[in-house]
Write a protein that binds this ligand. Structure first.
Ligand code: HEC
Length: 119
């Protein structure tokens, strides 16, 4: 009886490890958009509330694709995309913080016509 339990427990542990490894290889990353919203307070100075920028030389982030945002944020962090302000903003941030902020901006619904588009 004990032996059966031990075998069952071992199988469950192995299955658990398989799930974790598969998730890691599939690039499944946990994100927390609510935490990202809190972090985005420091981004709002330039990118506007909810990522709708009031300044015409600062891009909107609202509704942008998560993958694109992560690509740009990592490029700023690694310095392969150069912009003085953005390089400094992102450098001290962890990958988890970047994921959360990107997740937050990607979930902001875009309302067409509320930016500074030229008519
Ligand atoms: C002091 C102003 C300022 C602050 C604060 C700021 N940004 Fe930026 N951000 C900019 C400017 C200006 C650009 C355009 C850079 C360029 O021309 O390459 C930019 C570009 C970006 C881009 C690239 C957008 C695209 O369309 O390619 C992302 C993503 C971004 N910022 C995210 C953030 C996040 C996240 C924060 C907060 C952690 C933040 N920014 C804080 C000014 C700012």
């Amino acid at each position: 009886m004990r032996r059966k339990f031990a075998v069952l427990a071992a199988i469950l542990v192995v299955l658990g490890i398989v799930v974790v490894v598969v998730a890691a290889f599939a690039g499944v990353a946990q994100t927390d958009p609510a935490a990202g919203k809190v972090e985005s307070v420091m981004c709002a100075t330039c990118h506007g509330a909810d990522g709708m920028s009031a300044a015409t030389d600062v891009p909107n982030l609202a509704g942008q694709h998560y993958e694109y945002l992560m690509e740009q944020l990592i490029a700023f962090k690694e310095g392969t995309r150069r912009n003085g302000v953005m390089n400094e903003m992102v450098r001290p941030m962890s990958l988890a913080q970047l994921r959360n902020v990107a997740a937050y901006y990607s979930t902001v619904p875009v309302t067409v016509g509320t930016s500074n588009a030229r008519q």
